[in-house]
Write a protein that binds this ligand. Sequence first.
Ligand SMILES: CC(C)(COP(=O)(O)OP(=O)(O)OC[C@H]1O[C@@H](n2cnc3c(N)ncnc32)[C@H](O)[C@@H]1OP(=O)(O)O)[C@@H](O)C(=O)NCCC(=O)NCCS
Length: 174
Amino acid sequence: MAEQIEIRRLASADVHEQLDALAGVLHDCVAGGASVSYLTPFSHADARSAFEGFAAEVEQGRRLLLAAFADGGLVGTVQVILALPPNQPHRAEIAKLLVHRSARGRGIAQQLMEHAAAEARAEGKTLLVLDTVTGDSAERLYERLGWTRVGVIPGYALYPDRRPCDTTIFWKSL
Ligand SMILES: CC(C)(COP(=O)(O)OP(=O)(O)OC[C@H]1O[C@@H](n2cnc3c(N)ncnc32)[C@H](O)[C@@H]1OP(=O)(O)O)[C@@H](O)C(=O)NCCC(=O)NCCS
């Protein structure tokens, strides 16, 4: 049976409408040990606050936020950071690619990334950059999608439990 996955770009009002679901995905990823900026303890309320901040940036045109819907609910999200220094008007950064653990392994992250790249291109961006935990599923995804690996920075960030983790930097021309 074909799986129905819908990817949509959310306006600021949509982000507020989906705040609980977006927070649920972030909370689940951090609970699962993902190194995506936050440390434990990390509550659902903390995750909501994070997305309230992202909604404000969406409102200001500083970032794009996309969401994936499947099985009747929001199961994943990704962001495109547009607000970079004046001498980098052609560049954007991918951030917070998150898929709920219950929805992984179905190509949802891949679809989110393909749509994020298309939205960035539509905004006039021709260069994307991202960083990700070294040796994770996400790193394989970016390689499959044709991103170029720059290299690894040892001990760049921390896992939620404060263990250090290495980070790989990637770029892609659009
Ligand atoms: C990284 C992450 C976003 C991937 O999400 P996902 O939706 O599971 O990703 P995909 O389904 O596109 O790919 C995952 C795997 O499923 C496989 N897959 C994709 N579609 C499939 C299908 N229909 N049937 C079977 N396997 C499939 C992919 O080949 C991939 O395999 P691999 O891990 O061995 O390379 C998710 O694990 C996550 O949210 N992690 C925590 C947050 C994080 O680390 N984010 C990245 C920060 S930059």
